[in-house]
Design a protein around this ligand. Sequence first.
Ligand code: AMP
Ligand code: GLY
Length: 427
Amino acid sequence: MKVLIVGSGGRESCLVWKVKQSPLVDEIYIAPGNAGTALLGRNLDIKADDLQSLLGFAKTEKVDLTVVGPEIPLVAGIVDLFEQEGLKVFGPRKDLARLEGSKVFAKELMKKYGVPTADFKVFSKASEAKDYIRKKEAPLVVKADGLAAGKGVVVCKTSDEAFAAVDLIMVEKQFGSSGEKIVIEDCLEGQEASILVFSDGETIVPLVSSQDHKRVFDSDQGPNTGGMGAYSPAPIVNKDVFDKIITEVFKPLIFGLKKEQKIFKGILYAGLMIKDNQMNVLEFNVRFGDPETQAVLPKLKTDLVEVILAIVGGRLSTVNLEWDERFCVCVVLASGGYPGSYRKGKAISGLESLRNCRDIFIFHAGTKQDSQGNFLTDGGRVLNVVGLADTIEETQAKVYKAIENISFENMHYRKDIANKALKFLAR
Ligand code: AMP
Ligand code: GLY
């Protein structure tokens, strides 16, 4: 079969790598992809948010299955569009992609179905939001309702910071119409983790837990990024917490929606704050996480294409996931300056030396190849170096040793990915 993968990051490289292992797959197209995906399939000159061109390609080439990486096409309704044309596509329709596309929608659904989440209020007027901040004690979290490339959430330690966040989102309209409404919620403490589940609306099949590292520098210092690394499993999600997340978060939500004739098909990602075995949902995403996917899919032994086809066909109950029990660590190598401004086009060396390294995987993100075949940097997050091994320490050592082989000008990366897992276990 022919599979089209939409997106161009580390997550999509990992999806291509995993999909390629399926005996069901003959050809893979990636729109638009990166230098790494070009080694495994055919990159297309179509942007991930150009829905009409994606549809045109899928129809002309008779693509059998489309897998969407990023949120923008999902929220824009790519699934509805493809389904109307009789094409198979993996992900929720537009009405349920709002779980990620609108924080107000997600919070109100959580309230409706009793899913644990921070107390909140919704505002569409800056003056009323500020009155609320005056009455409430900081810290507070101010969130733009719509998509804002991960930048629409401000954790405010003081009321002044919260006023400034309201001004930024609602008055200066930093995120355009995404900031017409805001959510102000209580600030939660604890450690974050990500739990993703596959669902066809009837059956819920969880993936193994993982943890992202959003801040740019070690010990969670510096500004937020798209994610500087991840590991799986996250020991903070012990069996008790894991079971609670399934019964108190995913089941009420997915089965509640089903009662309303809204069938969630795809992957649902809950970002959670966990403390003393209690958890609260911070956010939902309706897609694979980046970089969590790069730390989770290498552990999946089951054919991903079979799983996706079962979801699209509404027969997920027939699927049983098998997992590699080993630990997985993903470290992101970023361009100097990221998440601020950075230069592109720096030569990357050392990739060849890792090509046949056992249980080490390199997933490209912001990369391109020049006419001589050299790999160059082409984005903020450039490469993901991923390793599998029996213990956390062994996995960290293996990945960081592999990284010593790779270099590009001003390359930077966190040196402490998965330290939190060690610290949690030693507590
Ligand atoms: P979100 O996109 O809603 O997950 O928010 C992005 C990040 O902001 C999360 O990963 C947390 O680090 C932080 N955050 C969001 N909501 C809260 C909250 N209620 N309390 C503390 N931190 C939060
Ligand atoms: N790792 C965060 C995200 O995928 O949104």
